[in-house]
Design a binder for this molecule. Structure first.
Ligand code: AQP
Length: 336
């Protein structure tokens, strides 16, 4: 997609917020799939810096996190020559389309979003309008690029459904304008859970650093965090009801080793949780090693990063503007 669009290939759009170093959840639920998909599809991947403002951010820290997030995405294997890779705020059409879509989204629809309810409870002193209209901006991100598929973790399913509904409604009211996107949600690891409270999803902005693994954690830190992971008192490495902690660890181990649940249950049959947790920690540390090493190299090459995100923004703007101008015409605005 960084070159001329190939009519035959389907288009993919996904994004990630630079609200902290990415977690193993972000990696397994989203970025790992982004890398696979770029071989087969025309992909657009963005650092969702505008979305991150729905929660209060320190500007200096945010600036560092945005560049770091861009470097992590490349370190994970996204090739900016193959996939359109850019910062959301560099493409002004996202904000513009978001307004039009907000005017085509109902208050009641937005009120039902569980992320809005969760984040309002978590940030009770800052329940801002952006937090409420976040799904309209997300719909704009997707619809601007006429995306066919959106690879996300299970937590984003509701927002994606809303984007589909808005696209269908707009197409019905104004004539065919947007491709209606489908979700691409991984079978295993669609929701990686917190290590300290496995009933909650793993989140990069969690105040307890032992609850998440970041992509850049050192191997010894990763092993230590897994050793502290909350499990149960059954001492049996098998999937089961009421075993959220172990279910989570088996899923993670399965994704990073490509072993099936059956194979894992056999491998750790009659082995204790301490032994299993150590094995999971070591497997994850090894899996993330190349990403960590690539990141160290990339983050020190500011010239390369700058050139890559500027080129990405330039190409993204061209695609985005094509859709936005079509929308402006459809809603009745006069061309400049
Ligand atoms: N725990 C998770 N398991 C699987 N997938 C996950 N994703 C996030 N957490 C998990 C997926 O990662 C992509 C990028 O997410 P995001 O950064 O845009 O927003 P988020 O879902 O709010 O992620 P976090 O880590 O929980 O961020 P904060 O703490 O800032 O809210 C999405 O595709 C998401 O599904």
């Amino acid at each position: 997609m960084s070159q001329a669009p190939n009519e035959k290939k389907k288009i993919i759009l996904s994004g990630i917020q630079p609200t902290g170093v990415f977690t193993l959840g972000n990696y397994i639920g989203a970025i790992k799939n982004w890398v696979k998909l770029q071989e087969e599809y025309d992909c657009a991947y963005m650092i969702a810096d505008m979305h991150s403002l729905t929660v209060r951010q320190d500007p200096k820290k945010l600036r560092e996190q945005i560049l770091s997030a861009f470097a992590i995405v490349l370190a994970c294997g996204i090739d900016p020559k193959k996939s359109l890779t850019f910062m959301q705020s560099h493409v002004h059409q996202h904000a513009e389309l978001s307004w039009i879509l907000s005017c085509n989204t109902q208050f009641g629809e937005l009120s039902r979003m569980t992320q809005f309810k969760d984040k309002s409870a978590k940030h009770a002193d800052n329940i801002n309008a952006g937090l409420f209209t976040y799904p309209s901006l997300m719909a704009a991100d997707i619809l601007l690029y006429q995306a066919d598929l959106v690879p996300v973790g299970a937590d984003q399913k509701q927002h994606l459904e809303l984007a589909r509904n808005v696209a269908i409604r707009f197409n019905n009211n104004y004539g065919n304008t947007f491709t209606v996107p489908d979700g691409y949600i991984p079978k295993a690891g669609a929701k990686v859970m917190s290590l300290s409270d496995p009933t909650k999803k793993m989140s990069k902005s969690d105040s307890n650093p032992n609850s998440f693994i970041t992509i850049l954690d050192k191997p010894e830190v990763i092993v230590k965090k897994f050793k502290k992971a909350v499990t149960d008192s059954e001492a049996s490495v098998r999937m089961g009801e009421g075993k959220d902690g172990i279910n989570n660890l088996i899923t993670i181990y399965s994704v990073v080793t490509n072993k099936t649940v059956d194979e894992i249950e056999k491998e750790f049959d009659s082995k204790g949780y301490g032994y299993f947790k150590n094995a999971v920690g070591e497997a994850v540390a090894e899996h993330l090693r190349p990403v960590r090493e690539n990141y160290e190299r990339l983050i020190n090459d500011k010239a390369y990063l700058t050139e890559a995100y500027k080129r990405g923004a330039e190409t993204a703007s061209k695609f985005a503007d094509r859709t936005l101008q079509k929308v402006y015409k459809k809603v009745g605005f006069i061309a400049k």
